[in-house]
Design a protein around this ligand. Structure first.
Ligand code: KIV
Ligand code: ZN
Length: 518
């Protein structure tokens, strides 16, 4: 079996999804979980893109050991300098530098001739090599490039010291057979390719990212790049969990193995969804809520007789316990801890006390506590220091549509401010009261509410998207009271915006002169 290296770019390409903006602490939490999953490389960010990204890469490099930490940079000396600086504390630092190589990108975006592009690429790799031994070169939009030119640039960057070369399908244009052929072509025509690892990186514009990546693996790629839950620019990146489980279930077909602890897949997917605010669709392969549910009578009958009739993966392999246990206010600490461990959480004795308190409050409100409720509870008790914290909320509705909301918010866990507003219905009134207290002026772009478990007492999961002149922010809130869940989500989004935009928009790298990271 060949070894397949897993390169996680959830924090870089994934964070480029519209509406996702993570703070340093959130990025660190994701990096820790992805390291626990067993990936070989974590692309922690793009240090030159903002001071926040620089800080996140720096802290992740200092804190997360036993795995390569990578930073992205354009083929620009000052990007590479910043990247090296951010990676200084890493045990295994990697600089990922590169430039676009397709005719349309070189001509229209970079306005450089092919030979100028090669010159920049070679200089960038040599410059990065002054700082770290592990340098990955990306040939952006490689799939749409001229093949002879691609061979030339890869050959020269390998001569310049690249240890990994990446041939992305940046715009998600490839078909599986064509992408497989590209990998074969590069392996056959780049004379020094056996000196380096060949990496693949696919986007999902035509829904082919997983299929294209698997074709690339079958054709001999050494490393696959992707994100958890497939989040990323436009239609997203390759969903790592899909590729990992494809090669796990079809070992002989792909002939590769990787270091992943598959039992961490469900927990990693949940954490990424919780922190980014991007929900996982119920029908999503591997990690969707329905991925192991059997609805039709014929299927249920088959599964009861023999699970393999309709199940190709044992849910326990990805960390989803098969047995359904429902806890209640009568369940003790021991039962709660046991179930949390089965669901993939590690709780210390002191954490257990705090979680148990919240669990009892929830069980009092809704009698039966399902796994989905426990996941939400664990998300809520992550003890994130928040700029704005909801303290009290009271809503009065009259017979007509208008409602009045009175809201109290703690600012920085210190001062408490109360204000009231009238709105077109209770949620509108609550949001307006929050705007008055926080001074928020961002536009509300999206608001959705769905239940996370069963019955009329189920918890409501609210998601809100707001947009400022600089960016979009997603906030999430869970509560048995849907007005409160909505208020929590709105406040979460507003807190993220205020924290991010406080002085964070100065010093952003100017992308107009060179290759954009896609
Ligand atoms: O899609 C792409 O080409 C990228 C590179 C920056 C690696 O994300
Ligand atoms: Zn990409």
């Amino acid at each position: 079996m060949r070894k397949l290296y897993i390169f996680d770019t959830t924090l870089r390409d994934g964070e480029q999804s519209l509406g996702i903006t993570l703070n340093v602490r959130e990025k660190l939490d994701i990096a820790r979980q992805v390291a626990k999953l067993g990936v070989d490389v974590i692309e922690a960010g793009f240090p030159a893109s903002s001071p926040g990204d620089f800080e996140a890469v720096k802290i992740i490099a200092q804190e997360i050991k036993g795995v390569a930490i990578c930073g992205l940079s354009r083929s620009v000396a000052k990007d590479i300098d910043l990247c090296a600086e951010a990676l200084r504390g890493a045990e295994y630092p990697r600089i990922h530098t590169g430039i676009a190589v397709s005719p349309v990108h070189m001509e229209k975006k970079l306005r450089l001739t092919p030979s100028q592009v090669i010159e920049r690429a070679v200089e960038a790799v040599k410059h990065a090599k002054k700082y770290v031994s592990d340098v990955e070169f990306y040939a952006e939009d490689a799939f749409r490039s001229d093949r002879e030119f691609l061979v030339e640039i890869l050959t020269k960057t390998i001569e310049a010291g690249a240890t990994v070369v990446n041939i992305p399908d940046t715009v998600g244009y490839a078909t599986p057979w064509e992408y497989g052929e590209l990998v074969t072509y590069v392996k056959q025509h780049v004379p020094n390719i056996d000196k380096v690892k060949l990496s693949i990186h696919c986007h999902n514009d035509l829904g082919m990212a997983t299929a294209n990546s698997l074709a690339g693996i079958k054709a001999g790629a050494d490393q696959i790049e992707g994100t958890i839950n497939g989040i990323g620019e436009r239609a997203g990146n390759t969903a790592l969990e899909e590729v990992i489980m494809a090669i796990y279930t079809q070992k002989r077909t792909y002939g590769v193995e990787c270091n992943i602890n598959t039992k961490e897949i469900a927990a990693t997917s949940r954490l990424v969804s919780l922190i980014t605010g991007v929900p996982v669709p119920n029908h999503k392969a591997i990690v969707g809520a329905n991925a192991f549910m059997h609805a039709s009578g014929i299927h249920q009958d088959g599964v009861l007789k023999e699970t393999h009739t309709y199940e190709i993966i044992d849910p326990e392999v990805i960390g989803v316990p098969r047995n359904q246990i429902v806890l209640s206010a009568r369940s003790g600490r021991h039962a709660l801890k046991h179930r949390l461990e089965e669901l993939g959480y590690t709780v210390s004795d002191s954490q257990l006390e705090e979680v148990y308190e919240s669990f009892l409050q929830l069980a009092d409100k809704k009698q039966e506590v399902y796994d989905e409720d426990l996941h939400a509870l664990m998300g809520e008790t992550r003890a994130i220091p928040k700029l704005f914290r909801l303290k009290k909320i009271a809503v009065a509705t009259s017979g007509s549509q208008s409602a009045t909301a009175t809201v109290t918010i703690a600012i920085n866990d210190q001062e408490e401010v109360t204000d009231a507003a009238i709105g077109n219905g209770p949620v509108d009134a609550v949001f307006k009261a929050i705007d008055r207290i926080t001074g928020n002026q961002a536009r509300l772009d999206d608001f959705s509410l769905r239940s996370i478990s069963k019955g009329t007492e189920a918890q409501g999961n609210a998601t809100v998207k707001i947009t400022s002149p600089f960016n979009s922010y997603i906030g999430r809130g869970v509560d048995t009271d849907i007005i409160r869940a909505s208020a929590l989500a709105y406040l979460d989004a507003v807190s993220k915006m205020v924290e991010k935009e406080r002085g964070n928009n100065e010093n952003r790298a100017d992308f107009s002169d060179s290759s954009h990271n896609g």
